[in-house]
Each structure stands twice: as structure tokens, then as C-alpha cells.
Write a protein that binds this ligand. Structure first.
Ligand code: CP
Length: 315
């Protein structure tokens, strides 16, 4: 693996999941692998789980870690070539990425979408500008359109928890008061397509994900119909792709509630966190034994550790 920005970067998804599960069983077994190697974590946006779990993963491998909130602590970065930089930007991506590559052996980057300019967001411009000018492997810590470390952790969780060879997994849209990216849902669809699961997506009319991520996956606009017999119910809000960045109004009936979970009494609830309780999901669901949210968050460490170990060995 040269970079880790999508499932397409992974030659063998099953082997990566197996590696993560081995690392979970013996987190400190590879303390020498990252000795004298430095991970730089660059955040344009907030984070709790990604920031801490990726640091933890690196420390388990004996790596040194540097973290920087680029928006708050760095110079404002110019992404375009040939710009006369007499405006608000102070440092060009060519120098920024080149300099950081001298300090770090692997770079992790979080860069959210604008949710205004669909074309720029779906070209994953900031991520690709860093990849173009960095000289070391790049890990996506969530880009404008994908969150692959989350999806890997989700797949590990499903593999650990499943009670049948090919479970039914439902990705169910939820209400939210703010416009959120489509990245988690896009990535989840992309990774589930590579897994031994039957994935169904359910969302209101007008909230279909980008066709490049949902091709071949059933998309139902009736939530209860989709939820019938679900072994895993992955709940997530995303803003509209078609009417780019639009929030869903008057759709509170999409909140995940105990009666909907009861459409398969043994179904498990999943969410990437952070989550707005009693908007996205009822307390009675997230606090129930069916909730896997803490297991998912725990698996973020081993997902990141498997990716880092692969890049240390092969990047
Ligand atoms: N799930 C996730 O990526 O959490 P953070 O945004 O807190 O990192």
C-alpha cells in the first residue's frame, strides 16, 4: 500500500481486517516496527476518535507522533498553482507538503468538504494536492468524500459480531440539524461492497448518495421495508448530494427508535460517533445491549494500527 485514502488502495481487504484483529489481540507485539519513525497528524477540522485512536495506534507501534491543527495553528495554505498570493493565503501547498514530508515518515490528513462546491469537494482537491506534493505516504483521516479508517473499523466490528456468514446490513439515513458530509456513508458503501454482506441503503427522496458509491446497491426510500431482517443497522445523517449540502427538513420520523430496531429483534445498532442523541437515535437504542458504538470506536485504534503497520512495511 502506497497511500490509504480509499478501499481502492487496499490490495487485500480480508488480509487487512485479519491484521487488525491480530493487532487487537496483541497491540504491543510490533513495538519495534515504528521505532525512529514519525507520524504527522494534520487536522483542518475537529476530531476526537480519529485524533486519539490514530495516535494510540502509532504509539502501539513505537512511532513518535506530531499533531497540528492546521486551520488554527498554521499559515493559511494556498492550494492553486500560479496564484498571485497577495490575498489571505500565506503559504503554498508545494512548500507546506514538502516541508512536512521532511519531518514525517507518514502523514495523516483530515479535510472536510465545503458542502457548497460539489465539483471541488468530489475531486477531493485538498487531499490530492497534499498527495501531489508530499513525498511520504498519506493516510486519509476523513476527506471531503471518504472516511476509510472509519469504514475499516466498521468492517472489523461487523466481522467480530456477525452470527451468519453473510449478514444483512442496512445503512439508514437519520435527521440532523446541520449539514453533514456524505463521507462516512460513501465510504461505508464502498467498503461493504468488498465485504461478505448484503447491503441495503435507505434514505428519503432527495438524499440518494452519489451514484459512483451506490452502483449495484439497493436504495429504498421506505425505511421500515429496508430495516426488515437487518442484522446490522448503521445509522448516519448526510446532507443532500443532488441538492448539494441541503439539510433534510420535516424528516424527524427517520430517527432510529426501539420499534424500528425491533423489526429484527437481534439486529445491532451502529454509528460512527459523534452522535446527537434523540435526533439521530433514541437513548433507548444507543444505551441498549444492541449498540456497538463503543466497539466501533475501540476498533478505530486497530484499523489505524493495521494501516500504519502496512505502510511502515510497504509504503
Ligand atoms: N468517527 C469519527 O471520525 O470521529 P471524530 O470525528 O471524533 O474523529
Amino acid at each position: 500500500m502506497r497511500h490509504f485514502t480509499s478501499v481502492k488502495d487496499v490490495a487485500d481487504v480480508k488480509a487487512l481486517v485479519a491484521s487488525a484483529r491480530e493487532l487487537k489481540a496483541s497491540p504491543n507485539a510490533n513495538r519495534e516496527a515504528g521505532k525512529h519513525r514519525t507520524l504527522g497528524l494534520l487536522f483542518f477540522n475537529p476530531s476526537l476518535r480519529t485524533r486519539l485512536s490514530t495516535q494510540k495506534a502509532a504509539m502501539n507501534l513505537g512511532m513518535d507522533v506530531m499533531v497540528m491543527n492546521l486551520n488554527q495553528d498554521g499559515w493559511s495554505i494556498e492550494m492553486e498553482d500560479g496564484t498571485v498570493m497577495n490575498g489571505s493565503t500565506q503559504e503554498h501547498i508545494k512548500e507546506a507538503a514538502g516541508v512536512i514530508s521532511q519531518y514525517c515518515d507518514i502523514i495523516g490528513l483530515r479535510t472536510f468538504p465545503s458542502l457548497i462546491d460539489k465539483e471541488a469537494d468530489y475531486s477531493d482537491r485538498v487531499l490530492h494536492r497534499f498527495m501531489a506534493h508530499a513525498t511520504v505516504p498519506i493516510i486519509s483521516l476523513e476527506s471531503a468524500i471518504r472516511h476509510p479508517l472509519q469504514s475499516l473499523a466498521d468492517l472489523i466490528t461487523i466481522e467480530e459480531q456477525k452470527t451468519k456468514v453473510r449478514p444483512k446490513v442496512v445503512l439508514s439515513w437519520a435527521p440532523h440539524p446541520r449539514a453533514l458530509p456524505q463521507a462516512v456513508a460513501n465510504s461505508f458503501a464502498e467498503w461493504m461492497r468488498m465485504a461478505d454482506v448484503d447491503l441495503v441503503i435507505t434514505n428519503p427522496e432527495g438524499f440518494d448518495l452519489a451514484p459512483e458509491f451506490t452502483e449495484g446497491i439497493p436504495v429504498l426510500h421506505g425505511q421500515n421495508e429496508a430495516l426488515h431482517g437487518a442484522d446490522f443497522v448503521y445509522v448516519k445523517n448526510w446532507s443532500s448530494f443532488a441538492d448539494y449540502g441541503r439539510i433534510g427538513q420535516g424528516l424527524d420520523h427517520w430517527t432510529m427508535t426501539p420499534d424500528k430496531m425491533a423489526l429484527n429483534a437481534s439486529g445491532k445498532f451502529m454509528h460512527c460517533l459523534p452522535v446527537r442523541r434523540n435526533v439521530v437515535v433514541a437513548d433507548a437504542v444507543i444505551d441498549s445491549p444492541a449498540s456497538l458504538v463503543l466497539e466501533q470506536a475501540n476498533n478505530r485504534t486497530y484499523a489505524a494500527q493495521a494501516v500504519l503497520l502496512n505502510l511502515l512495511r510497504h509504503g
